[in-house]
Design a binder for this molecule. Structure first.
Ligand SMILES: Nc1ncnc2c1ncn2[C@@H]1O[C@H](COP(=O)(O)OP(=O)(O)OP(=O)(O)O)[C@@H](O)[C@H]1O
Ligand SMILES: [Mg+2]
Length: 354
């Protein structure tokens, strides 16, 4: 009896059901996107893996639920076991100039200084690493490197085979000019040196395989941003602003610069939302520039304390509103990267052959 029933459940029927489940960000179904792997059927039990494009997928739960419900509509299916896994797509451009095993490089920029770029970079990196991704954090602010303090690290382990070994904290690999100069020592750079410093931080650091390399830029639209965009094909840039008119004007200029350089704008993060600087400006900027709004981070003392003590707020106060907003922004960034990567390939997705 049971045997006869199990015969009626075929892989084709399960795939047909799963083919009706849409990936909400990528606007295609799970089967077309080749996300269903290791499909096995035993009696009335169906097992499969959903291979997401990022472990930080904001819609992980709802995709799993929809897939389970779809599989249960197949006649005879009683139990559905789903394993969630992820493989971050390579945007295809990273192999170019530097031959880095980095799948996606994401710059964090602003027009104005002091709006929270470094804070956002650190928390994005840590949140992505917490989701299970392999993450690096590069402090490209060679004038005022703050990443070591914010990550609570003082030095790098050293060198190996003529390459610098990055420090590691909270599961994130990090590199900063702050590791190479004495604290308090002024940093003066001229154009060519700046270029080579940035190049060195990419090529001469043993990053290993990374899903995401987050790059904290110095303020403004100066040489460092230009030199970076020319040295490394960026998957995209995140623009940080505070909700105040002057900052918004500067952020808008920064945004235009990256657009001119043909770097995809992943979106705008509004930082320090609250009574002091107001709210909504970042959202307006995103709407006017027709780019995604990635979220608003409230002004909270826990964020500053996290930076000062070297324990980012997503670690020290994960339940705070700021930490939750930063985590959600990290998920949005990861989702945008997946969308960008998919549109870059612009080829038909592979047909699933389970
Ligand atoms: N949401 C927030 N709430 C409270 N304090 C914050 C918030 N975001 C950042 N800060 C604090 O504001 C200060 C400036 O932030 P941060 O250094 O990240 O800015 P930045 O844009 O990187 O600055 P710079 O342009 O100098 O590189 C820091 O002391 C930081 O702790
Ligand atoms: Mg900074």
């Amino acid at each position: 009896m049971v045997k006869r029933m199990s015969k009626s459940i075929t892989k084709e029927s399960v795939l047909a059901a799963l083919g009706k489940v849409q990936e909400p960000e990528l606007h295609k179904d799970l089967v077309t996107l080749n996300m269903i792997r290791d499909l096995e059927i035993q009696d009335t039990t169906v097992d499969f893996t959903i291979l997401l494009t990022t472990p930080a997928c904001p819609l992980k739960g709802s995709i799993e639920k929809a897939a389970r419900e779809a599989a249960l509509t197949v006649p005879g299916v009683k139990t559905v076991n789903i394993k969630m896994d992820a493989s971050v797509p390579n945007d295809g451009r990273m192999r170019g100039l530097l031959n880095l095993p980095v799948r996606n490089a994401i710059a964090v920029a602003s027009g104005k200084g002091g709006v929270g770029k470094s804070t956002v970079s650190v928390n994005l990196a840590v949140a992505l690493a917490q989701s299970g991704a392999r993450v690096g954090l590069m402090d490209a602010d060679i004038y005022g490197p703050n990443i070591p303090t914010m990550m609570g690290v003082r030095e790098i382990p050293g060198t190996k085979d003529n390459k610098l070994i990055p420090a590691e904290a909270y599961g994130v690999k990090l590199m900063s000019m702050g590791f190479l100069v004495k604290p308090g020592q002024p940093l003066i750079w001229r154009g060519p040196m700046l270029n080579s410093a940035i190049r060195q931080f990419l090529a001469d650091v043993e990053w290993g395989e990374l899903d995401y390399l987050i790059i904290d830029l110095p303020p403004g639209t100066g040489d460092a941003s230009l030199s970076l965009a020319q040295t490394l094909p960026l998957s995209g840039v995140v623009i940080v602003t505070i909700p105040q008119a002057v900052s918004l004007e500067d952020a808008s200029r920064g945004l235009s610069m990256f657009q001119t350089l043909e770097v995809p704008i992943l979106g705008v993060i509004e930082n320090m939302r609250g009574e002091f600087f107001g709210s909504g400006g970042g959202e307006d900027l995103a709407r006017i520039a027709k780019v995604p709004f990635l979220g608003a981070i409230p002004m909270e003392s826990t964020v500053r304390v996290g930076g000062d003590t070297g324990e980012p707020v997503v670690i020290s106060r994960p339940e705070s509103e700021a930490a939750r907003a930063l985590k959600s922004a990290a998920e949005q960034v990861a989702a945008r990267i997946s969308v960008e990567a998919l549109s870059q390939k612009n080829a038909a997705p592979t047909i699933n052959v389970v």
